[in-house]
Write a protein that binds this ligand. Structure first.
Ligand SMILES: CC(C)(COP(=O)(O)OP(=O)(O)OC[C@H]1O[C@@H](n2cnc3c(N)ncnc32)[C@H](O)[C@@H]1OP(=O)(O)O)[C@@H](O)C(=O)NCCC(=O)NCCS
Length: 255
């Protein structure tokens, strides 16, 4: 289907957000989000106070609009130790300066959606985070009903790591949120895939040992029950007995 609102060939460019974006940025936030942000937040974004941000513009729009924001992403660097996802990181406790990048807001105007703009903005944040040697992950919250955003994060290989009940309170109603994480610079959860494999191997080994031990016990018990089995005519060759599962043993016992 042709989107009539977007020029045939939008020319999307990405640039830092500037003080001249203030009004449009405020307008876009009030249109796209159910949450109201304080004016201090917008001032911090456009002036780069504690917040990093990128904007998307469509250069193919008429002159007056060619530099107007059609998308944005804002983020903040936070200390890993003080963050709510501290327990989701495998820490080197000697490194106290580890950081995370928390995505505060992300939005694209409706007319320019599904063109990969949000993906490109997230890429900017990931690139930025990856270039910070102290940074271990990028993370964010998403309200539980925002399926398109969740699909986007999953597609970008973010991991959904936690559900936070009643995280948002909007217009008198509570909503859950999901926490998504994208690890960078060797950052990882305390149970990385490698650790899980190692855990599984150890578990499998100890499981095998205990099964073997149980079988051995059964074997010993069976020897004492031999006469009974013998009587019932279900005596099996020794080799086969060693491979018996517990079920087979009991079948033998009760025949
Ligand atoms: C969520 C949002 C930022 C996506 O922006 P976008 O520029 O359209 O996203 P992209 O084009 O980069 O989408 C990339 C992927 O995200 C997923 N996606 C995005 N919008 C989707 C939708 N409406 N339905 C299903 N999947 C969607 C798809 O997997 C898509 O990949 P595909 O096009 O190959 O299928 C945009 O819809 C938006 O601004 N929504 C309102 C504000 C908001 O919810 N912000 C996020 C807060 S956490």
């Amino acid at each position: 289907m042709v989107n009539l609102k977007v020029p045939c060939r939008p020319i999307i460019a990405y640039r830092p957000i500037r003080p001249s974006d203030l009004v449009v940025l405020e307008k876009l936030h009030s249109e796209l989000f159910p949450i109201r942000y304080e004016s201090e937040f917008f001032h911090n974004v456009v002036n780069g106070h504690d917040i990093v941000s990128w904007g998307a513009v469509d250069r193919s729009r008429p002159n007056t609009q060619s530099d107007e924001l059609i998308g944005f992403i804002t983020a903040r660097i936070v200390s890993a130790k003080e963050s709510e996802i501290e327990d989701l990181l495998s820490f080197d406790s000697s490194k106290t300066d580890q950081t995370l990048v928390y995505i505060l807001t992300l939005g694209v105007v409706e007319s320019h959606r599904n063109l990969g703009i949000a993906s490109a903005l997230i890429h900017e944040v990931i690139k930025y985070a990856s270039n910070l040697s102290t940074c271990r992950a990028v993370y964010l919250h998403v309200i539980s009903y925002n399926n398109s955003a969740m699909l986007l994060y999953k597609k970008m290989s973010f991991q959904c790591v936690r559900r936070l009940y009643n995280f948002y309170f909007i217009n008198g109603q509570h909503y859950d949120s999901y926490l998504f994480v994208y690890y960078v610079n060797g950052g990882r959860s305390p149970c990385s895939p490698l650790e899980l494999v190692a855990l599984f191997v150890t578990f499998a080994k100890s499981g095998f040992k205990s099964v073997a031990a149980k079988l051995w016990k059964n074997e010993e018990r069976k020897i004492s029950k031999w006469p009974k089995c013998k009587e019932s005519g279900c005596l099996l060759p020794t080799v086969q007995n060693k491979r018996m599962s517990t079920g087979e043993v009991s079948r033998c016992t009760f025949v």
